[in-house]
Ligand binder design. Structure first.
Ligand SMILES: Cc1cc2nc3c(=O)[nH]c(=O)nc-3n(C[C@H](O)[C@H](O)[C@H](O)COP(=O)(O)OP(=O)(O)OC[C@H]3O[C@@H](n4cnc5c(N)ncnc54)[C@H](O)[C@@H]3O)c2cc1C
Length: 396
């Protein structure tokens, strides 16, 4: 069978599975003001995905549904997005950042302990950023000192997505300050229930609490939780940061495409509170639709290059920039079309992407893409210096 035929067969299989398994009431059960409902719904659908083998196509083949090619993984993400299935936001760090770090850099004992636990719903967060270390992550200062069979860790992490729901944390700490910044960083696995860990959720402008600050006061972490080699955690962190391989952008772009046409349908059918579509708005819809299609095409090229191992420097940065701007313009269109009702709506569906049903929420939320995963300014630096070969500006 040709690869394209097998991917088509996989797509058909997922569509059939989704038609039978997608919970019809999931949006109601994942409302923004009902955190227990959100957690229960995520856990329920996650268990279904795991059992069907669609949660772990990127894991090695001994795991359910594992060993799939990147092309097959893309197909799974696209089908889930096109069917409007819930995004597995509670488990994204677990399935990608944590699992892939453990698969590539962990010990057998760490894999044996955590990979089955992840399939059973263990939630992970990523404790990398600090108040003085974000774009310049290597400047991190959270200190770990080895004492016998454990490290004693003190410091502060910030912007940890899901930190307040997490059971475990991928933690970057400084174990040596004497050399260059990247040297002297160590990668640890931290149980969030350890003594000395305090988690404070951060309320965002959307009203949502998606991430948290993590304060560490002499937290004892067993040496067996070291990933890789002491002082060489920077290399492990690069594995964590590249673990999702652009799949979330593929998924979000598909969701945006679906949502655009749902928006247009609702507005053209005279949905309650929606503005009529005038000529200027029609032009805007065409413009945004064209930009979504361009982004899809660029993503297809990027993924094909990634599969063939010939990705060009700067490609991912160009896509990330294009996506963050499009996301803002698209949600602004939704907000304008949704009129007064959209401005005043206080209900939304947690962790859902462009289908919260609340354009105000999605518009404010779109600003996160300017920063998360490397800020737009940093992406522009990469493009100007590495792609366009422009000289570095000298700071005064
Ligand atoms: C939604 C979201 C989820 C996140 N999840 C996590 C998570 O789970 N775990 C985690 O560890 N972190 C997480 N982060 C943190 C994220 O990685 C950092 O916010 C990001 O790296 C930027 O760092 P910073 O916030 O410290 O800003 P800074 O690095 O202080 O930047 C401040 C401003 O200065 C600009 N700037 C900085 N350096 C340069 C430069 N060299 N040239 C030009 N401009 C520059 C930036 O673009 C920005 O506008 C998340 C962030 C967001 C928004």
């Amino acid at each position: 069978m040709k690869e394209s035929d097998s991917i088509e067969a996989l797509r058909r299989e997922i569509r059939e599975w989704l038609a039978a398994s997608l919970p019809k009431d999931w949006r109601d059960r994942q409302r923004g003001d009902d955190i227990p409902g959100f957690l229960a719904m995520q856990r329920e659908f996650f268990a279904e995905l795991v059992a069907a083998g669609y949660a772990t196509p990127h894991w090695p083949k001994e795991w359910p549904g594992g060993g799939k090619s990147l092309a097959e993984q893309i197909a799974i993400f696209e089908e889930l997005a096109r069917a409007g299935a819930p995004r597995m936001s509670l488990f994204f760090v677990s399935l990608y950042h944590a699992a892939m770090t453990l698969v590539e850099c962990g010990t057998d004992a760490q894999r044996k302990k955590h990979l089955p636990a992840i399939l059973n719903g263990e939630v992970w967060c990523q404790g990398f950023s600090e108040p003085g270390a974000g774009s310049d992550l290597a400047a991190l200062r959270t200190r770990a000192v080895r004492k016998g069979d454990h490290y004693v860790v003190s410091g502060q992490k910030i912007w940890s997505t899901l930190g307040h729901f997490a059971d475990q944390c991928l933690l970057l700490v400084r174990t040596d300050s004497s050399g260059p910044k990247q040297a002297g960083i160590t990668f640890l696995l931290m149980d969030m229930k350890s003594k000395g860990v305090e988690v404070r959720p951060i309320k965002q402008i959307t009203g949502d609490e998606e991430f948290a600050e993590i304060f560490l006061d002499e937290v004892e972490i067993p040496v067996e939780n070291l990933v890789g080699v002491e002082n060489e955690g920077w290399k492990v962190a690069q594995v964590t940061l590249s673990s999702e391989r652009g799949l979330s952008l593929v998924e979000l772009t598909e969701r945006m495409a679906l949502s655009l046409w749902q928006l247009v349908d609702t507005a053209s059918a005279g949905g309650e509170g929606f503005s009529a579509i005038d000529i200027a708005t029609r032009r805007e819809i065409v413009d945004i639709s064209g930009r979504i299609e361009a982004l899809r095409a660029m993503l297809t090229t990027l993924m094909a290059n990634r599969i063939a191992g010939r990705e060009a420097i700067g490609d991912a940065s160009i896509l990330k920039l294009a996506y963050s701007r499009l996301s803002r313009d698209f949600t602004a269109l939704g907000l304008r079309l949704g009129g007064k009702a959209a401005l005043c709506d206080t209900h939304y569906t947690l962790g859902a992407g462009y289908e919260t049903g609340n354009w105000m929420f999605d518009f404010m939320n779109s600003y996160q893409y300017n920063i998360a995963g490397g800020s737009n300014e940093v992406q522009r630096n990469i493009i100007s210096e590495r792609v366009l070969k422009m000289p570095r500006e000298k700071m005064a």
